[in-house]
Design a protein around this ligand. Sequence first.
Ligand SMILES: [Zn+2]
Length: 167
Amino acid sequence: MFIAHLPAGYLLSRQIAKSHPAKGALIATGLLASVLPDTDLFWFYLVSDRQSVHHGYMFHWPLFWGLIAALSWGLSRALGAHGAGSFILVALANLLLHLALDSVAAGVGWLRPLSTIEVNLVEVPARHNWWVWNFVLHWTFGLELAIILAAGLTLRRDLLRRRPATP
Ligand SMILES: [Zn+2]
């Protein structure tokens, strides 16, 4: 998935944070987590010189994020920071959503490092010289556009609700 991670993260985070007193902070945490796995693109382009698929990196391993979430939850309990649980939950939910959406048109190793088997729901054929066109011109890109449209309409509605009524 290319451009719909942040909008998808907004749709998910606002649902999780719906009635939470720290709603804004939870949504912000969710938005950050929704794009966090793709920060491995810096490594992909700047360090490894595109030698391996970035979905193979640890930031695209669901079990890695599950372990980080479990350790964070354990640490927060040990420190008595009970309010951290909601933030860990919204972050983990968004991280897993990112990886689920990445699994639609590309491979994600849901059991890495235990197994190299990848989940790839739809195989996108290589028809164009520039690889980006293979994805942008494939029907699965319509899913991205639908998520962006839904998030845009939802954000607009949320902002209008927050606007104070004029006399
Ligand atoms: Zn990704």
